[in-house]
Design a protein around this ligand. Structure first.
Ligand code: SF4
Ligand code: SF4
Length: 287
């Protein structure tokens, strides 16, 4: 089963929840940190990293001996990564998405492709938890290829927990795509509700069932619950606003490690998440 843990808004405690689920389950768990622009699950899980691979995308290289400067490559590039001047072709690597359209359509066969590294994937273990995370190089904008590279390591025999970046943009969609269920972590505030609704809209487009966890319960109002009731989305757990929990979070200690009584709560949460996924699988409307 693949469970993605997402949030419409940053700072809701998503990683606290994802890492606590992993530590509670412990066996046969794969933890994928797909928040490749700002991975931080390793702070909580403290994995031993033993392998690394470079993530690269193919970018064009123009042979100006063959090029007639016809301009077709710049025309077909949807990302303005090429500029054709009278006597040269400029390539802007940081804008290139590696789609290959320019080399495919060049009438002179003047474009070959070279690899450009944009990030890395690191693999290791945190106890019995298999840990994988991606890191996008500083200054790079192309998170999806790094996310795909992380997800390329998914072991379908295991329970896979995916820590998704906050928001509703392309990296979120790339990370959540293919999950059996998505747990959305939010907080009971107007901002939390607004961003939750946006996240639900995005996840529903992927036809992935979702459920909600309310973190810092008690800090705001009950509008998140009202929204979930109306939208038919199960709220599986409330984690209260608690200075001890905040202290553990600030020190990078998983909740269930610092407060072991939460382990049972997270094991029940896992069972409830499985129920949400199987209800959808059996054709019942759950979200
Ligand atoms: S499409 Fe090919 S021939 Fe035309 S400008 Fe681009 S590289 Fe040169
Ligand atoms: S590979 Fe695609 S994105 Fe990159 S320069 Fe060519 S057409 Fe543009």
């Amino acid at each position: 089963m693949i469970i993605s843990v997402a949030s419409g808004k940053g700072g809701t405690g998503k990683t606290l929840v994802a890492t606590s689920l992993a530590v509670s389950l412990e066996n046969q768990v794969q933890f994928l940190d797909c928040d490749v622009e700002e991975p931080n699950a390793h702070i909580f899980l403290r994995p031993v990293i033993d392998r690394q691979e470079v993530v690269a995308i193919p970018i064009p290289q123009v042979d100006e001996q063959k090029c007639t400067f016809c301009g077709k490559c710049a025309e077909v590039c949807a990302y303005s990564a090429l500029a054709v001047l009278p006597k040269t072709v400029l390539v802007f690597p940081e804008l290139c998405h590696g789609c290959g359209a320019c080399s495919y359509l060049c009438p002179e066969g003047a474009i070959s492709e070279v690899e450009r590294g944009i990030g890395i994937v690191e693999m290791g273990h945190s106890g019995d938890i298999e840990f994988i995370h991606g890191k996008l190089n500083v200054g790079e904008a192309m998170a999806p290829p790094v996310i795909r590279a992380v997800k390329g390591h998914i072991d379908p025999r295991k329970t896979v927990l995916i820590d998704v970046s906050p928001g509703t943009s392309c990296p979120v969609i790339e990370a959540v795509r293919g999950s059996n269920v998505c747990l959305l972590v939010t907080e009971p505030t107007p901002f939390g509700l607004n961003d939750l609704a946006l996240a639900v809209e995005a996840i529903r487009k992927l036809s992935i069932p979702c459920a909600v966890l309310v973190n810092r319960a008690g800090v705001g109002d009950t509008k998140v619950e009202e929204y979930c009731r109306e939208a038919d989305i199960p709220v599986l757990l409330h984690i209260p606003l608690d200075t001890e929990i905040a202290r553990l979070y600030s020190r990078g200690i998983p909740l269930v490690e610092g407060m072991p009584r939460w382990r049972e709560v997270f094991l029940k949460l896992f069972g409830d998440i499985q129920d949400v996924a199987s209800m959808q699988h059996n054709g019942r409307k759950v979200s």
